[in-house]
Ligand binder design. Structure first.
Ligand SMILES: Nc1nc2c(ncn2[C@@H]2O[C@H](COP(=O)(O)OP(=O)(O)OP(=O)(O)O)[C@@H](O)[C@H]2O)c(=O)[nH]1
Ligand SMILES: [Mg+2]
Ligand SMILES: [Zn+2]
Length: 375
């Protein structure tokens, strides 16, 4: 245990950033929530502090409950929207109605989380508003049986629905992410009534939420389990894929896993290439998923054009599934092709380098119930 004393000099502590609000960082360390400022140089050096980050505090004043963040410790992962670090599980919360379920938007959230290297869990909220069971079965068939995501249907007035969330959350850092009004804060209130989070009405006129939650906050879900933290986050939409390369996006699509190895070109994007095994098997891929892919791909292509016009070398890592459901990590490098050419005509080349770190997790094609997908 590190000491906490009233002497503001020489005291350091390690804690976790729980929320950031009005230029103050709230860091939990040894059971106390410290209101912290940030050492000026961290920002100047281009550093960023995210909720979920472990940080080193100095100038600790226990009596006043204040300290300064001196250093951000290395992260195991991070997601850009919502902004969080060191995440174990992400529940994409998307409502069945109010706002209406939109598979293409849903695919955007899923793909965005996949691209951060985390396997999302789907939480279809407001299941009480389902017209019939088939509606839910169709969603489960595609996303769970075919694609292998875990799917939960929840309704805040049906507490038994929440038990799987409790189990998934236990001992983990869990993030709820999704559009405004999908019921993220309501779910947390149903899991622990003491949280008393603000919830908002879904506007009838625009059929959207009102952005009720304003800040990302890591909350303690159970009083007796300090390691179980869950993040309520502000709803967001207009997720654009102008931050990834087309080949990274392709790798995040589970639908292509049974076929991609059989395409004539290893960098096939399955649009109009010769000998494309994905296109030959389009009948086996959900139309809505392929359409989502094409929409996202158009955005990723814009990003690639932009990357091509800069002379910077860049390196990206991404995961890809093969037809047996084996996962491998690939490294992608963007490098300059022609150093002697004039700046304007300089081109960059995407080169796929060798794979390493085979992952032995088997994809579950039988649609059995699975617990741990993202460890
Ligand atoms: N019928 C039904 N309504 C629900 C359910 N869960 C939430 N709602 C309603 O959905 C509306 C929005 O809920 P919130 O919890 O504020 O949604 P949110 O995702 O936190 O929204 P933001 O904070 O804006 O991102 C409220 O009117 C809730 O009462 C549910 O399971 N069933
Ligand atoms: Mg909310
Ligand atoms: Zn192809």
């Amino acid at each position: 245990m590190l000491p906490v004393s009233d002497n503001p000099q020489n005291n350091t502590l390690t804690g976790r950033l729980r929320k950031y609000h009005s230029n103050f960082y709230y860091v939990e360390a040894e059971g106390t929530l410290f209101e912290c400022a940030l050492r000026g140089l961290i920002k100047k050096e281009g550093g960023d502090v995210l909720v979920g980050d472990f940080v080193e505090l100095d100038s600790v004043n226990a009596a006043a409950g204040t300290a300064r963040i001196n250093r951000v410790l290395p992260r195991k992962n991070s997601i850009s929207r919502p902004k969080l670090a060191n995440v174990d599980r992400v529940l994409v919360v998307y409502s069945l109605r109010e706002p209406i379920f939109d598979p293409n938007q849903m695919d955007r959230y899923l793909t965005h989380i996949e691209l951060a290297g985390i396997t999302p869990i789907l939480c279809i909220s407001k299941a009480d508003l389902a017209e019939n069971d088939e509606e839910l079965a169709r969603i489960r068939d595609l996303y769970e049986c075919k694609l292998g995501y875990r799917v939960l249907f929840t309704s805040v007035n049906h507490l038994a629905d929440l038990q799987p969330i409790r189990e998934l959350a236990e001992g983990n850092i869990t993030v709820l992410a999704g559009p405004s009004g999908s019921g993220k804060s309501s779910l947390l209130n149903a899991l622990n009534a003491d949280l008393q989070l603000r919830v908002g009405e879904v506007s009838e006129k625009i059929a959207r939420g009102q952005h009720t939650t304003r800040h990302v906050e890591l909350l303690s879900l159970f009083d007796d389990s300090p390691d179980t933290l869950i993040a309520d986050t502000p709803g967001f939409s207009n997720l654009k894929f102008t931050y990834v390369l087309p080949i990274q996006l392709e790798a995040a699509m589970r639908d292509f896993a049974p076929y991609r190895e059989h395409c004539a070109f290893s960098d096939c994007l399955h649009v109009d290439e010769e000998g494309c095994a994905v296109r030959e098997n389009l009948a086996s891929i959900a139309e809505s998923r392929y359409q989502s892919y094409l929409d996202m791909l158009a955005e990723a292509r814009l990003y690639k054009e932009e990357a091509n016009s800069t002379s910077q070398k860049q390196e990206f890592g991404y995961k890809q599934l093969d037809r047996k459901g084996k996962e491998s990590v690939r490294i992608l490098r963007l490098k300059e092709k022609n150093r002697d050419a004039s700046r304007r005509t300089r081109k960059q080349q995407v080169s796929l380098l060798e794979t390493d770190e085979p992952h032995d997790e088997e994809a579950d094609q039988d649609c059995d119930y699975r617990d741990d997908e993202d460890d």
